[in-house]
Ligand binder design. Structure first.
Ligand code: COA
Length: 248
């Protein structure tokens, strides 16, 4: 069974993180599956919207730390860079249904989604700096834009998590419901009834003013992130995680 599943429900493509035993931590193969899923959905006229969701009790624990150690992504052709590029360029309505932990890229990818629906259990965090890393996915630009500089700085510097209500108040989440996938599918089906080119044009207009800045910031972040991944600070943080989990 693939760790990213892609299924079609009518006009909607549903991409699911499917590695619940590891809290859906994302490996290279999973980024590759996500990039392919988004690219295929973008090119398929029949797909009117995409929903991203997860198996189990959590959205994702972020990048798989063992994979960070074994295969640090350094090039622009890496699977994570391809996924983030596909996310930035994805032209159709993209809805996320989030429950439980959304760590690291699990939170930053939401800054690119058009509507995020969370369960009351959702918990968001971006502990990049605590891990010796730097923010990614354009979050060093998009997050302060959304929540204000000081709040963003505090969250990035401390790595502290925030709950669904705070995320809604920040504007990272549109609504909080007991069954976010159900609500996401209802919304996606409502959108799918509308004229598709008008949806694509509307999204392009909504994103236009920030697109080039986000692309430039993502590039700069990726360069620093690649260097940071090989730093002693990051190695120590990864080793600590592995040791805690009895994997070292
Ligand atoms: N990479 C690899 N494995 C991960 C993981 C990650 N990012 N996050 C969780 N897992 C695995 C754990 O090793 C564990 O597997 P195991 O049972 O085989 O040991 C399983 O998923 C469940 O996680 P666990 O840590 O036992 O759950 P918890 O409820 O005690 O803690 C977190 C949840 C999210 C606080 C904790 O897992 C964590 O800090 N994960 C790392 C998050 C992170 O730093 N991500 C990278 C951001 S850039």
């Amino acid at each position: 069974m693939s760790e990213i599943t892609s299924r079609r429900e009518g006009d909607i493509q549903v991409l699911t993180f499917n590695r619940p035993a590891k809290m859906n931590a994302l490996t290279r193969e999973m980024y590759s599956g996500l990039a392919s899923g988004l690219n295929e959905a973008a090119g398929d006229f029949g797909v009117r919207a995409v929903v991203i969701t997860s198996e189990g009790d959590h959205f994702t624990a972020g990048n798989d730390i063992a994979d960070f150690l074994a295969n640090p992504p350094t090039g622009e052709d890496s699977d994570v860079a391809r996924f983030l590029g596909s996310l930035l360029e994805f032209p159709k309505p993209l809805i996320a249904a989030v429950k439980g932990n959304a760590v690291g890229v699990g939170t930053t990818m939401l800054l690119h989604c058009d509507v995020v629906i969370a369960s009351p259990s959702a918990k968001f965090s971006m502990p990049f700096a605590s891990l010796g890393l730097v923010p990614e996915a354009g979050s060093s630009y998009l997050f302060p834009l959304l929540v204000g500089y000081q709040r963003a700085a505090r969250i990035f510097f401390t790595g502290e998590s925030f709950d669904a209500e705070s995320a809604q108040e920040m504007g990272l989440v549109a609504s909080i419901v007991a069954d976010p996938l159900r609500e996401a599918m209802e919304l996606a089906n409502q959108i799918a009834k509308n004229p598709p080119q008008a949806m694509i044009n509307t999204k392009a207009l909504l994103k236009a003013s920030k697109h080039d800045s986000v692309a430039a910031v993502m590039k700069a972040e990726f360069e620093l992130f690649s260097l940071a991944l090989q730093s002693e600070e990051a190695m120590e943080a990864f080793m600590n995680f592995m040791a805690k989990k009895g994997k070292s």
